[in-house]
Ligand binder design. Structure first.
Ligand SMILES: Cc1ncc(COP(=O)(O)O)c(C=O)c1O
Length: 390
């Protein structure tokens, strides 16, 4: 029996998978079971920040794996502390909670703002405002905060007291705020929704409202964080600092790790027993993530992400001239969406045939989220293939 049939027999069909089996990867290249090579502009859905089999990352993983992998959070170990030190220093926030995925990071943030509301506002302050077209993950709290009905089908009843408002619409947000509001959650650049960046003035006003009304401002940077925007967090591109930021995806360079970083006045409402995770922040994932962060924060790295991102964006913009099916090119750094008037899925399939991996975003965009180490030559190659597929 072939491998895909065996997979279909035993793995739940929660994904519509392409009939491709990958065996190995190096840098921005993946090799399938027939030996065909693909330029990887999906990066495990914005995860493989340093590409595949980065030598330094492999060494960091091997070194830690031979020392200590998991001990639980009943005890201390150095890698998690070192990683949290880097994250707090680089983010301007104060305290970290580690978990294992983006959805779990959002769960932690939602719980944190609910506890904050009860303890620091009033016992009725339980309402959370989230954005239409947002995506926050598949666990119950995260899916309840997600502003896309298609992900919520047959899951009702969802978590109560979460209200959705249109993104980038300050009046709609103001109209929804009440003394019961404890938190606002938004993505500075909506990823799964179709790569829609927030307006600067919008984020500034949201920040002001949260300060005035004692509301916890949560930025979900699971997709935009860890260097993808050209800064460690996209909010640093805007100069608007949240009370809580979520992270996952790029943080572990491929190993599962998520987390939140919060300001002290919010973080302090979590006490022993309020929240926890058995695996969260174990020595193995933290040593791996520490290597990722040290690489990303080394002088020049973010500059090169910004430069390559601008180069990719300008090359995609330039395609508009010959390809009227391109409606808009959106995003910053190495998270770019190309809105097309045709089917994004058809373009993704054609590109795959030609050896380029891309992914859709929302219902009308093709997303480019390559490893952050992508080269100019690889960008040239990807844009050439993409243009042939339009
Ligand atoms: C903004 C955002 N939040 C949360 C998630 C959920 O992350 P995970 O799939 O790791 O649970 C995603 C995943 O795409 C995301 O883009």
């Amino acid at each position: 029996m072939d491998l895909i049939t065996r997979g279909n027999n035993v793995i739940m069909e929660t994904y519509k998978r392409f009939p491709l089996i990958f065996e190995k990867g190096q840098g921005c290249t993946l090799t399938d079971s027939d030996g065909k090579e693909y330029l990887d502009f999906v990066a495990g859905i914005a995860v493989d920040a340093l590409g595949h089999c980065h030598p330094g990352l492999m060494d960091a993983m091997k070194t830690q794996i031979e020392k200590l992998v998991h001990i639980s959070n009943l005890y201390w170990s150095e890698p998690g502390i070192e990683l949290a030190e880097i994250l707090t220093e680089e983010s301007g926030l104060d305290k970290v909670f580690f978990c294992n995925s983006g959805a779990e990071a959002c769960e932690a943030a939602l719980k944190l703002c609910r506890v904050y509301g009860k303890l620091k506002k009033n016992s009725d302050a339980v309402e959370i405002i989230a954005m239409e077209q947002s995506f926050h993950g598949r666990t119950y709290g995260a899916i309840s905060a997600t502003g896309q009905k298609k992900y919520q089908a047959n899951l009702e009843p969802l978590l109560p007291e979460i209200h959705h408002v249109p993104f980038n619409d300050i009046d709609a947000l103001k109209a929804r705020i009440s003394p019961k509001t404890c938190g606002i959650i938004l993505e500075p650049i909506q990823g799964e929704g179709g790569i829609y960046p927030a307006d600067l003035s919008y984020l500034q006003e949201v920040r002001k409202i949260c300060d005035d009304e004692n509301i916890v401002l949560i930025f979900d940077e699971v997709q935009t964080g860890i260097g993808r925007s050209g800064k460690l967090f996209a909010y640093q591109q805007y100069g608007v600092i949240p009370d809580v930021v979520t992270m996952a995806k790029g943080l572990g360079g491929g190993v599962p790790i998520g987390g939140i970083i919060a300001k002290n006045h919010v973080a302090e409402v979590f006490t022993p027993g309020t929240h926890a995770s058995t695996f969260g922040g174990n020595p193995f994932v933290c040593a791996t993530a520490k290597y990722v962060l040290e690489t990303l924060t080394a002088p020049g790295f973010f500059n090169s992400v910004e430069k390559n991102g601008a180069y990719l964006k300008s090359k995609l913009e330039a395609l508009k001239k010959d390809h009227p099916s391109i409606i808009e090119v959106r995003g910053m750094g190495l998270i770019i969406g190309v809105e097309v008037s045709t089917q994004p899925g058809t373009i993704v399939a054609k590109a795959m045939d030609k050896g380029l991996l891309l992914i859709g975003a929302g219902h009308n965009a093709v997303r480019f989220v390559p490893p952050l180490i992508v080269s100019k030559e690889e960008i040239d190659q990807a844009v050439q293939i993409f243009s042939e597929c339009l």
